[in-house]
Write a protein that binds this ligand. Structure first.
Ligand code: ATP
Ligand code: MG
Length: 249
């Protein structure tokens, strides 16, 4: 199958008052439609920079990125506006783009109903739990009907238990809606439990240390929670743990 995302020889340097900062070094990877790729790397290695390049917010110093479809970007913080209702938070992107037509409204209505938020449409963000806020942020991202989702540490603001439940929720939504996804995380277990492929980045300047195809034996339906019970889970964990530069500075 043809790749829907292709990253070729990408280098990124930032030029600051202190001088040149080399952040990404010679990155090459691609992703097929419908797959989930996790970018796993130590803090500050350049993961968000890579997503910003994919989204077109940043231009790489050299190299190319090819994206075959429309992108949806979900940031680390949910960025919900406290003075707007849930519905008005979800429609804001379409409103700004002047694309809030009847078809879009129906799509949003169906997403809210399917994912348990319809009864909360007239509430305000502060009335929702962290997990529900994350779901609202995802539905807002889905409302523009993207082909490819970019998720930057989407769960990191949540406590551990909520995080497990929310990643399960979000995974089911991504799979249901058949979205190709690139997610950034520094949590090894999250990467293994959610992704089809895990790409391990070194510390800065980020180079690719390895790409792992995750194949887990799961009796029930695959979700991040059931994936954690697979016998191969700990083997992937050990391999990725060794590969990550966690011990150095
Ligand atoms: N616009 C910029 N100008 C200068 N330096 C930048 C800029 N954006 C990011 N950096 C630097 O580039 C490096 C990589 O940043 P980036 O945010 O991509 O890392 P990250 O892997 O996402 O980190 P974290 O895990 O903490 O989110 C950091 O040292 C950061 O300070
Ligand atoms: Mg980041």
């Amino acid at each position: 199958m043809a790749a829907i995302v292709e990253v070729k020889d990408v280098n990124m340097n930032f030029y600051t008052l202190e001088g040149e900062l080399q952040v990404l070094y010679d990155l090459n990877f691609s992703l097929e439609e419908g797959k989930i790729l996790a970018l796993l790397g130590p803090s500050g290695c350049g993961k968000s920079t890579m997503l910003n390049i994919l989204s077109g917010l940043l231009k790489p110093t050299s190299g190319q990125v090819r994206i075959d479809g429309k992108l949806g970007y979900m940031f680390q913080r949910d960025h919900l506006l406290e003075w707007r209702t849930i519905m008005d938070n979800i429609t804001i992107g379409l409103e700004i783009q002047k694309k809030l037509n009847e078809e879009a409204r129906q799509k949003i209505e169906s997403l809210l109903k399917t994912y348990g938020l319809w009864d909360f449409r007239n509430r305000y963000p502060r009335e929702l739990s962290g997990g529900m806020r994350q779901r609202v942020a995802l539905i807002r991202t889905l409302s523009v009907d993207p082909d490819i989702l970019l998720l930057d540490e989407a769960f990191s603001a949540l406590d551990y238990q909520t995080r497990l439940l929310v990643s399960d929720d979000i995974y089911k939504i991504i799979k249901n809606e058949k979205k190709t996804t690139i997610l950034v995380t520094h949590d090894i277990s999250e990467a293994i439990s959610m992704a089809d492929f895990v790409l391990v980045l070194s510390k800065r300047p980020a180079t690719i240390k390895g790409i792992h195809n995750i194949n887990l034996t799961i009796e029930e339906e695959k979700t991040p929670l059931s994936a954690r019970k697979a016998p191969e889970f700990k083997d992937y964990f050990n391999a990725l743990w060794k590969e990550l530069d966690i011990y150095e500075d």
